[in-house]
Design a protein around this ligand. Structure first.
Ligand SMILES: C[S@@+](CC[C@H](N)C(=O)[O-])C[C@H]1O[C@@H](n2cnc3c(N)ncnc32)[C@H](O)[C@@H]1O
Length: 210
């Protein structure tokens, strides 16, 4: 999945991953992060997710990283916010009250530019990346967020049935990528209703990384 793949998806509006409501697993489990009001939650590969709207509505501050300027322009339009936009190294920094989105490749984002984060929420980010990129992503994210606790939602299915994204991430891989830096708790694992687009069974696993 190179950058062009994602730019093209946004350009032709082929964004089946974009959910029409806040993620129910996030809503159910974010309390496990025990974040006080005003905490700053980093959402890597954020797209224009309604999860960001929900986090803001719950009184959190949010920071995000997203490759597509189309996505981020739509996000701010949907939020009814007019951002200030500044160059931040190789990225663009979109800023409004309680929200900072860095537009560009997350691998070009550094911890100083991102600023302090109290927690990470990863939905459809780790699972969006092919295996060859995931070790680098996990290492980079852990450093970027300075080991801030993380709520991670993973997709699991028989990888031989589809190439991905989303990719199937088994429990062993989560332990392999994050186990050296975090204590891991599998909060829940449940069947996805209707499987993957009705094509084959799939499960979602929610991890707490502390
Ligand atoms: C599967 S989508 C998930 C978006 C969002 N998390 C959601 O739940 O709707 C993956 C997103 O990651 C973005 N992306 C892919 N590679 C990226 C990278 N290297 N840096 C920043 N964003 C990236 C894509 O543009 C896309 O919007």
């Amino acid at each position: 999945m190179d950058r062009e793949f994602w730019h093209r998806k946004w350009a032709i509006n082929e964004i089946g991953f974009h959910a029409r409501a806040a993620n129910p697993l996030m809503v159910a489990h974010i309390g496990r992060l025990e974040l006080p009001p005003g905490s700053r939650v980093f959402v890597p590969l954020c797209g224009k997710s309604l999860d960001l709207h929900w986090l803001l509505s719950e009184g959190f501050r949010v920071a995000g990283a997203e490759l597509s300027q189309i996505a981020v322009d739509q996000l701010f339009a949907d939020l009814g916010l007019t951002p200030e936009v500044h160059q931040a190294g190789e990225l663009l920094h979109y800023r409004a009250r309680n929200i900072d989105i860095f537009v560009g490749d997350i691998f070009c984002l550094d911890g100083e530019t991102l600023g302090p984060v109290d927690a990470v929420y990863d939905r459809a980010a780790f699972v969006a990346l092919p295996q060859a990129m995931r070790a680098r992503y996990a290492t980079h994210l852990t450093q970027l967020a300075r080991r801030a606790p993380q709520l991670l939602i993973c997709y699991q299915y028989d990888q031989s049935l589809m190439d991905g994204p989303p990719f199937s991430i088994g429990d062993d891989e989560v332990r392999q990528r994050y186990g050296h830096a975090y204590a891991l708790t599998l909060l829940t694992k449940a069947d996805v209703a209707g499987g993957f687009k009705g094509r084959f069974p799939a499960m979602e696993a929610v991890w707490l990384l502390q």
